[in-house]
Design a binder for this molecule. Structure first.
Ligand code: ZN
Length: 208
């Protein structure tokens, strides 16, 4: 037991933070009083507040990066887990369905009303191309929005010149990020390298 120098209450040793310089290897004031003092300082001292906030920001960025790496390495495990939850937990199923419905809706709202029939057909062709590629190669392909529809900083459009066919694993690793490597959105009528290479493949899309 130890008496707190601030509240002067007698408390068990575990109620004091460790401090190698303090008596009995603990701080003079108890954890509760320490927290109270810190909170006071946080609300009064702007420098201290900024320091704490910076620390929290750095830490959250650090963990976000760690999580990203972990997710990349354990993607199959996570997907299996989500799949399992989808089939066993009604609540999860509902929220996943709602999310994908929202995504479908955002596709519609991301389509400018001026989009002509020819462009709408081009969009269909791109989706067909992804299916054809899958058939031909046996690998999974997805249609990707070069600038994501629901990006954090920018939102792309559901228009032919914002679409590209990507192997599924590359597309999933991209997520909703819009980074440097993806910023070279192909200009209208200018095909990105991937599509150019498809001329030799026996695909249905004669427009390519
Ligand atoms: Zn105390």
């Amino acid at each position: 037991m130890k008496v707190c120098s601030s509240c002067e209450e007698q408390k068990p040793l575990e109620d004091f933070h460790k401090d190698s310089k303090g008596k009995e290897g603990r701080r003079a004031s108890c954890k509760e009083c320490d927290l109270y003092k810190k909170k006071q300082k946080y609300s009064l001292d702007t420098d201290y507040k900024e320091k704490v906030r910076k620390y929290q920001r750095d830490r959250s960025e650090h963990y976000r990066d760690l999580n990203k790496v972990w997710y990349k390495e354990n993607r199959e495990y996570v997907r299996e887990k989500v799949r399992h939850r989808y089939h066993t937990i009604a609540e999860t199923r509902a929220s996943i369905k709602a999310n994908s419905a929202q995504y479908r809706r955002s596709k519609v709202s991301a389509q400018p009303p001026c989009l002509g029939e020819a462009d709408k057909q081009r969009i269909k062709d791109i989706y067909l191309l992804a299916e054809d590629l899958q058939l031909v190669s046996g690998q999974k392909y997805q249609v990707d929005h070069i600038i994501p529809l629901r990006g954090k900083k920018v939102c792309g459009l559901h228009v032919p010149w914002n679409l590209q066919v990507l192997p599924e694993d590359i597309n999933l690793s991209k997520g909703n990020s819009y980074e440097d490597s993806w910023q070279s959105a192909p200009r209208r009528n200018k095909l990105p390298p991937l599509r150019l290479s498809l001329f030799r493949l026996p695909v249905r899309c004669s427009t390519w």
